[in-house]
Ligand binder design. Structure first.
Ligand code: HEC
Ligand code: HEC
Length: 294
């Protein structure tokens, strides 16, 4: 890691030069105030207003991911940026086209020289620099973290403590602390959207036992990352809890933990929602190092 490379990656992340018609940057779909996802629509919007097939993912603590994307279709972070750059629904360009544009830019030639002691822009250096930025997007200063470091002192209200207990009993087998994901692919009982026909992990592995399985997403900063699920079908955390209480669709691949409906009283549901808000890390959401650099 080097500071110059990180700063180069930051410039690239926020620069629409990476898209075919210079309208879309990584940050168009990954906004810092929303923990680097987008929140105003369920499916991502790319160049020319083309609507993609999935809800954008929040970017944080990526070094601990064992794979990327909702279906785990990318297994190395350095290759990850290739997908949006070349996807017709996203940036509609190609690595070659991006490299040519960057090589024609005096500003970037100088930035690449500062990072690599050679001003020639290459695809490999570009992907590496983007990775240096995205891999530093680490969130670990939420109220929850402070409570855990304090070994369960008085930082949590009684309601938040109850919420944590309910969370550990019902959610943590998949949304496992401290990352709030177990990095697995599971079917959490969502009904298939007949327009999207998205069967998740099965599209990558071709195995029927992976039908309807999706990445277990982290719940850090979850208060600020709506809409929820791979297709953004739920707008609020209340709707998500209602899904686990009443909406689970039973099928062959449904996760066994979800065979019986979540059984919470109204008070317990509120406690759980209050706990989920303790996962918000304002220091991360407002960290100047990660903000728009221009
Ligand atoms: C048009 C919107 C859009 C743009 C532009 C975009 N992304 Fe994404 N990003 C998404 C969506 C949607 C997903 C989830 C895709 C999927 O699962 O199929 C995603 C997933 C990711 C992931 C995986 C996160 C995880 O936890 O698995 C990373 C990393 C990422 N994007 C980084 C980038 C970078 C770097 C750029 C710029 C080069 C970029 N994105 C540009 C919409 C976008
Ligand atoms: C059996 C594993 C499992 C359990 C148990 C589980 N989840 Fe999930 N959760 C998932 C999976 C998988 C997804 C993503 C599903 C998708 O988008 O297709 C998900 C998605 C979510 C999301 C949306 C996150 C986002 O970024 O879009 C929230 C919020 C959530 N779960 C909260 C909870 C809560 C609260 C509980 C406990 C009441 C819980 N989950 C229990 C597997 C699980």
């Amino acid at each position: 890691m080097s500071e110059n490379e990180f700063q180069l990656g930051r410039q690239l992340f926020y620069d629409p030069i990476l898209s075919k018609d210079q309208t879309i940057s990584c940050a168009s779909c990954h906004l810092q105030a929303n923990s680097f996802t987008h929140t105003d629509h369920e499916l991502s919007h790319g160049i020319g207003g083309i609507i993609g097939k999935r809800n954008s993912l929040a970017l944080m603590n990526l070094a601990w991911n064992s794979s990327f994307m909702w279906d785990g279709g990318v297994n190395h972070i350095e290759l990850q940026a290739l997908a949006p750059i070349s996807s017709e629904n996203e940036m509609g360009s190609s690595l070659n086209e991006v490299v040519a544009k960057l090589n024609a830019s005096k500003k970037y030639k100088a930035l690449y020289f500062n990072s690599y002691k050679d001003s020639l822009v290459t695809g490999q250096k570009t992907l590496l620099a983007l990775t240096q930025f995205t891999v530093m997007l680490n969130s670990y200063n939420s109220k929850y973290d402070k409570y855990i470091i304090d070994k369960g002192g008085d930082l949590f209200t009684q309601q938040e403590k109850n919420g944590l207990k309910i969370f550990r009993e019902n959610c943590a087998s998949c949304h496992t602390e401290p990352l709030f994901t177990n990095n697995e692919f599971r079917n959490n009982g969502l009904v298939v959207d007949p327009f999207l026909n998205d069967y998740g992990r099965m599209q990558i592995t071709n195995k029927s036992e992976d039908s309807l399985k999706f990445k277990v997403p982290t719940l850090r900063n979850i208060q600020f990352t709506p809409p929820y699920m791979h297709d953004g079908r739920f707008e609020s955390l209340k709707e998500v809890i209602s899904h686990y209480k009443l909406g689970i669709v039973h099928s062959k691949t449904l996760a066994k933990e979800l065979n019986s409906n979540l059984n919470l009283s109204h008070k317990e549901e509120v406690d759980l929602l209050v706990f989920l808000r303790t996962l918000t890390d304002y220091e991360f959401l407002f960290n100047d190092r990660f903000s728009y650099p221009f």
